[in-house]
Design a protein around this ligand. Structure first.
Ligand code: PLP
Length: 376
């Protein structure tokens, strides 16, 4: 299923083409990206060819505002909803921006987990919204703290933004009972929930609970999906699922009236993958790749720190009390980027490097804590 990989292509992985390039000698555990060799170049080339041959010039027109029906039908079938509930977006970032524009006014508050996807928060604050962190524990956001925050903000809460499955940055999965408790609090106060479900297809062990949106019957919850983490971020393709009224409101935004569907031709290409079973085969392959990477990292991380082995997604959250010294050959994402909490933490992404490099990075990180312990 894998291709030769973009490193073998003529105009390859370089500054000015891609968002970030790490020096070859550094093992970068910072960004939540896929390793270049995991990006399915040949699969996408085939999918675009098929879409262009099947739809011809219609693939190159402005797409239906809400998104091309073949894509929406395939996405809806997988999610157990109707096409009317699906809106194609240019990924989760775009969807979050759209919701922050259509369902919030300047100075409104968005409630987020104590640790939350930092760039998602940036989209909200760049739009003039305030974010307020709500306490969380190993099972996710605390429902009582959510209640207290809603009451404290007295009608200024536009929505709650949650990432309950393979959470960025902590990797946790919110259990079903906690999901229901959070939904109950939000519904009692009439507060919209925005569920960022970027990693839910990437389970490495076992099964995940139903999405919060499914538990709520897609009422009062907007669920955000993306192919950035499961196929390739360069597609800029995702979709949101909500009740049909909410979708209708969002689709009236000038962005769709003016430009039609986000990434129309890409959505038709991805629709062929969803329909043919290629997406599911690709997911099975990708999960195996990620599992090998997670296990290589976890198997080599021993030291005076704590972590829970993530059951899916891209991230491992390493907590420690001692002052850490990260070795020069490894870079990590500082936990403080995502929020404040007791103790210190770093986020390690196991998506961007090979199992061998991750094993070596794990050993280097494990070794790096020893000097600081010896000093005490
Ligand atoms: C939780 C979460 N949401 C959204 C995104 C971005 O998604 P997209 O590429 O679809 O905009 C990321 C990427 O890091 C993420 O971790």
């Amino acid at each position: 299923m894998n291709s030769a990989g973009p490193l073998s292509h003529r105009r390859r992985w370089s500054q000015g083409v891609v968002q970030q390039v790490s020096p070859a000698e550094v093992t970068d555990l910072g960004p939540g990206y896929l390793e270049p060799g995991l990006l399915p170049v040949d699969l996408l080339a085939k999918a675009y060819r098929e879409a262009l041959s099947e739809f011809g010039s219609a693939a190159l027109a402005y797409g239906d505002d809400q998104g091309a029906l073949p894509f929406r039908a395939a996405a809806a079938r997988r999610a157990g909803c109707t096409e009317a509930q699906v809106l194609v977006t240019a990924g989760t970032s775009h969807a979050l921006y759209l919701i922050a524009t259509m369902f919030a006014s300047k100075e409104d508050v968005v409630l987020v987990e104590r640790y939350a996807y930092d760039l998602g928060r940036k989209i909200l604050t760049d739009r003039g919204l305030r974010t307020r962190a709500v306490a969380m524990d190993a099972d996710g956001m605390d429902p009582e703290a959510l209640h207290d925050a809603i009451v404290a903000e007295r009608g200024r809460v536009a929505f709650v933004y949650l990432n309950p499955t393979f959470h960025n940055p902590t990797g946790i999965v919110v259990p079903e009972a906690r999901r229901r408790a959070l939904l109950e609090v939000a519904a009692r106060h009439g507060v919209l929930v925005v569920e960022d479900d970027a990693y839910a297809d990437l389970t490495l062990d076992g099964v995940v609970p139903p999405s919060m949106a499914e538990l709520a019957g897609y009422e009062g919850v907007i669920r955000l999906r993306t192919f950035s983490k499961t196929i390739a971020p360069g597609l800029r393709l995702g979709f949101l699922i909500a009740d049909p009224r909410t979708v209708k409101r969002l689709v009236h935004h000038g962005l769709f009236a003016s430009g039609g569907s986000a990434n129309h031709v890409t959505s038709l290409a991805v629709a062929t993958l969803l329909e043919s079973g290629d997406y599911d085969r690709h997911l099975a392959w990708l999960r195996a790749q990620l599992k090998a990477r997670r296990d290589a990292l976890v198997g080599n991380l021993t030291g005076p720190f704590e972590f829970d082995v993530p059951a899916g997604g891209y991230f491992l959250w390493l907590r420690f009390a001692e002052e850490a010294r990260v070795p020069a050959e490894v870079t990590v994402a500082a936990g403080a980027r995502f929020g404040d909490g007791p103790g210190s933490a770093v986020r390690l992404a196991y998506s961007l490097n090979s199992p061998d490099r991750l094993a070596a990075a794990g050993r280097a990180l494990a070794g790096s804590w020893i000097p600081s312990l010896e000093r005490t």
